[in-house]
Design a binder for this molecule. Structure first.
Ligand SMILES: [Zn+2]
Length: 209
């Protein structure tokens, strides 16, 4: 009887292992890179074998080229969040392209790769703009489906951590920023999600078929 029970336990363990497909989640960080805070985020990601996507501002990338290189060297994705963070909806197409192309140049200087993904500041982008950018620059806009709104109250580090633990889901795209409180929250969130079978991937990896 004891052996039977033992075998049964092995079977159940094996079945649960196979039955649990990995859940993929993409953490994204907007508005950086910033000195110290971005590096703090990189450290938490490293400690948890996590890959993420940094939607950088051209103006900040130019200011912190070393941090940009570090993001790339550590296997994260660098994507475009415009140069100066304007509302793209209010700009003529020629200026929208300038915002994106000048930032692409900074990113490509580090990665040697064409930049495909961008996130419009405030998530503001017209339908015609979206189509034209896809057609002319081959660029795709990336929004999000999980956000603790870390830019406003009551989003302190505990709120951010609780929100992310409760709302994490497969194929989630998490909108965060390069803030100190966000880095602190990640120290709590990433180990917990990892234990629940989440894999932390880049946008590129999430979109792979
Ligand atoms: Zn932003």
């Amino acid at each position: 009887m004891k052996i039977l029970k033992y075998l049964l336990a092995i079977c159940i363990t094996a079945m649960s292992l196979f039955a649990q497909p990995t859940k993929k989640i993409a953490f994204t960080f907007d508005d950086g890179p910033k000195s110290k805070i971005t590096e703090e985020i990189l450290e938490v990601l490293r400690e948890n074998d996590a890959k993420a996507t940094f939607f950088i501002l051209g103006v900040n990338g130019k200011r912190h080229p070393k941090i940009l290189e570090k993001i790339h060297e550590e296997g994260h994705q660098i994507a475009n969040h415009s140069y100066n963070h304007p509302n793209l909806k209010k700009l003529p197409m020629s200026d929208v392209k300038k915002e994106l192309e000048s930032t692409n140049k900074i990113i490509t200087g580090v990665t040697n790769k064409k930049v495909v993904y961008f996130r419009p500041p405030y998530g503001a982008l017209g339908k015609a703009q979206k189509e034209e950018l896809k057609k002319n620059l081959g660029m795709e806009s990336v929004m999000w489906n999980i956000s603790p709104k870390d830019w406003e109250k009551p989003s302190d580090k505990d709120y951010i951590a609780k929100f992310l633990v409760e709302n994490a889901k497969d194929k989630g795209i998490v909108l965060l920023h390069d803030y100190g409180k966000t880095a602190q929250a990640l120290k709590v969130v990433l180990p917990q999600l990892k234990a629940r079978g989440f894999e932390f991937v880049t946008i590129e990896e999430l979109n792979k078929k």
